[in-house]
Ligand binder design. Structure first.
Ligand SMILES: [Zn+2]
Length: 283
């Protein structure tokens, strides 16, 4: 499932093909994904210029010249591909349509943006740009982890009195938006905090230290995604998935990478999801 860095990489890959360009024709091949598409979606998209491509948490937001914003969520298995040759940035031929190509945006610059989602947990919606933040999927979100509203005092206040494991607290999208399983595991490892520790029982100093660590984990992953975009000419035009080097995620029984530590990475299940951590380094 794509997390914030993957979605940001998709956004950065789409931006050169979409920002400033007009959606000459939108092709909508089914009535719904996770939820029904908005009424007349193809009509409302066709002919609109994309003024700006933004991201909020794991949502990509395309502000259109019509005053509406297109919200795109990749869900579990959504993939976006760019083909064509706008601005000489992409050299991928337009592929043959595939079974799960649900929405195709034909841009006036020759690019073709395809949303493919075999499991259909993704979503698209249209709302007025002026009230986009009030959309039901966005209104519930806490601050962006890379934004100014996510700071030490915010996290200390959010953790105060919370009896849930810190792992669950950091996955709570109302506390901080866009963090998922992978980057929470990585951040807790770097912060040397046991994922089972109750959020409200972590000292203010250690909680505060989590803020720059979370920012750095995400920034590192976005940088790795950026290097995947530079290899884009050789790739198949699919955006957003790239080679990661995780310290704990997916490394059960592998040696801990902290110098001098002889423990191996352990996997436990919390709230139905795997947590990976070092039982020696993380307390
Ligand atoms: Zn260790």
């Amino acid at each position: 499932m794509p997390e914030l860095p993957e979605v940001e990489t998709v956004r950065r890959g789409l931006a050169p093909a979409m920002e400033g360009a007009v959606i000459a024709r939108a092709e909508v091949n089914r009535p719904d994904l996770r939820w029904p598409f908005p009424d007349r979606m193809a009509e409302r998209l066709s002919g609109q210029r994309v003024a700006q491509l933004r991201r909020r948490s794991k949502y990509i937001l395309a502000d259109l010249s019509s005053g509406e914003t297109l919200l795109i969520h990749l869900g579990m298995s959504g993939r976006m591909t760019v083909s064509g040759d706008p601005l000489g940035q992409f050299v991928h031929d337009h592929p043959m349509p595939e079974k799960h190509d649900h929405v195709v945006l034909h841009m006036d610059n020759g690019a073709r943006i395809t949303f493919n989602d075999p499991r259909r947990f993704g979503a698209m919606d249209l709302m007025p740009t002026a009230t986009a933040e009030q959309h039901k999927l966005l209104a519930v979100l806490g601050p962006e982890p890379l934004g100014n509203d996510f700071h030490e005092d915010h996290l200390i206040a959010a953790f105060k009195g919370r009896n849930t494991p810190v792992k669950s607290a950091l996955l709570d999208q109302g506390i901080v938006a866009g963090l998922g399983n992978i980057y929470v595991c990585e951040a807790l490892y770097r912060a040397r905090i046991d994922p089972r520790r109750k959020a409200g029982r972590i000292s203010a100093t250690r909680t505060a230290a989590l803020v720059p660590i979370i920012r750095q984990v995400l920034t590192d992953a976005i940088a790795a995604g950026g290097s995947s975009l530079r290899d884009f000419r050789q790739a198949d035009g699919e955006l957003g998935y790239f080679q990661h080097s995780f310290d704990v995620y997916g490394r059960e029984n592998d040696p801990c990478r902290t110098p001098g530590c002889t423990a191996t990475i352990r996997r436990i299940v919390q709230s139905g999801r795997s947590s990976f951590y070092c039982p020696t380094c993380q307390r």
